[in-house]
Design a protein. Sequence first.
Length: 288
Amino acid sequence: MVFPEFQGNENLKKSLNELETQNRVPHSIIIDGGNEETRSLIANHLAMWAVCESADEKPCGKCRSCTLSKANSHSDIHFAKGEGKTDIYGKNEMHWIIRDASIRPNIADRKVYILSECDRKLPIISQNTFLKTLEEPPQDVLFIMTCKTSKSLLETIRSRAVTFTLESELSFDEEYLEIAKEIALGIVSRSEMDLLKATYKLDERAKALGVLDLLILLLRDGLAVYLNGQAELDLKTAEQLCKKLTKQNYIELIKITENAQLDIAKNVGLKLVSTRLCAQYRRTLWQR
């Protein structure tokens, strides 16, 4: 498998090349991490590889299938379509994919289905609809799912796919970062109301996962500064946290936050998650 246009992510390239050499490329792939543009580029490149007609290195970029793939007009590559204002992959789309996947490819050796940004667009009900197909996939099909974090997907989905995580890039939603800072400072605030107000903003699954990812980075920054290291995301917040937190506090807070992410991935209600977070965060400070 060749990657002439992509710099970095050498571990991902090595893993894919090894799987191709061993003829063990899975039928379902999850691409997470990095940024949305890179995830999309990798997904499209894998799709082109899957339909390439070359007998040598793939994708060749020159054959009929590669040319059609570059133009997003290959009949065996399907990009899942969102529905409504929320742009989610709804029941109709998922049932269409399931039916279509059972039909043999038109011109290539495989059919490819790309479901992009599944943490925002693939709700639990659609994941459950999709699960049976992932458990018993047609022979000549490749499913590619992209998401910011695979933790947003059900464990049953993740266990039936191979996840490739792109190299971390400090690109983030500014709104999410501000909420993460509010939560971090709410943890050490004298007023419990500050923390309650901040965690109340975790009102959507993808948003909550994104905020908690950044909160973990802020806590790790605080721990780094506490140990005389350097902050990577926000030095000011790290310094404020260091005034109130010990090394053990940081370790416990990070663990609590990671467990909350797992709860969200398991579809635990967000109100329950935020309430539990407040209680556990405050308890950690009381036990100091």
